[in-house]
Design a protein around this ligand. Structure first.
Ligand code: NAP
Length: 244
């Protein structure tokens, strides 16, 4: 796909990888950013003339329908939906400060919103004679778990099969479903943990390369090694990621 003059919806475009994707696409495309933080949304709008912002809290399933209606009222045609927003809660289930109600919020942001927006924006994605794309941002934690993020890992695993199944459902339409699997990236999500992270700028560049090439499963950087390791010696892959 030629990423010029496209209408692109991205969730979580105000920080980290999403923010970099916005920066790299905004000059030649119309970008619709969905996130909560109004200050950061305002800043984006002021800085980039091609960026439109729709505040929404994706942890609230009640926000999905009004959001998609507002997007489609202004943009009846959408070329690309990038489901990028996610959160990662780390406390263990056995920790005294574990907050039970956060389980549902994490599942909603990371997974329910991905399914719901993919469904609700199908009319806009389909209303386009050319190719359109749903790109889901995924992680190595979708196929090898780490100890401290059970719900996050499970939502990413769910996105993987959801993306594959949805791509079967849409194979006779103009909508392709792609996934980008990314390694550890230096963003607010990974602040204070992990080593040898790649920059958000570099992650965004690789994601957009895969999007242009319409790769259904785009493994970025160390994910390629992790996938081979997980096939050849899954016990080693598990050991490496367990405490990561
Ligand atoms: N960083 C990594 O190492 C890494 C590795 C593999 C995969 N990934 C994936 O890459 C994607 C981006 O991660 P990142 O590291 O760039 O994260 P990040 O810097 O923490 O940014 C998360 C984005 O999601 C938005 N968001 C969070 N909660 C939201 C909610 N309730 N409603 C709407 N928007 C919400 C945030 O905006 P507001 O706070 O304003 O709402 C922000 O724009 C995620 O899918 C993540 O799973 C990251």
């Amino acid at each position: 796909m030629n990423l010029v003059n496209k209408v692109i919806v991205i969730t979580g475009g105000t920080s980290g990888i999403g923010r970099q994707i916005v920066e790299q696409l905004q000059a030649q495309n119309t970008i619709i950013v969905v996130a909560r933080n109004s200050d950061r949304l305002e800043q984006l709008k002021k800085r980039y003339k091609n960026v439109t912002c729709f505040p929404a809290d994706l942890s609230d399933p009640g926000s999905y329908q009004p959001l998609s209606e507002r997007i489609q009222a202004e943009f009846p045609r959408v070329d690309v939906l990038i489901n990028n927003a996610a959160i990662q809660n780390e406390p263990f289930f056995t920790d005294p400060d574990f907050e039970y109600e956060k389980i549902t919020r994490e599942i909603n942001v990371n997974f329910t919103a991905v399914c719901a927006l993919s469904y609700l924006l199908i009319p806009a994605l389909n209303g386009n004679e050319a190719q359109s794309i749903i790109l889901n941002i995924n992680s190595g934690l979708s196929f090898v778990a780490k100890k401290s993020a059970s719900v996050y890992c499970a939502t990413k695993a769910a996105i993987n099969l959801f993306s594959q199944s949805l791509s079967y459902q849409l194979e006779h339409t103009n909508i392709k479903v792609l996934q980008a699997f990314i390694p550890l990236v230096d963003t607010p999500m990974t602040q204070g943990r992990g080593e040898n992270k790649i920059s958000a700028e570099c992650a965004a560049k690789s994601i957009l390369k895969g999007l242009k090439q319409q790769k259904p499963q785009h493994d970025i950087g160390k994910i390629k090694v992790l996938r081979i390791l997980n096939t050849l010696t899954p016990s080693l892959a598990k050991r490496l990621l367990k405490g990561s």
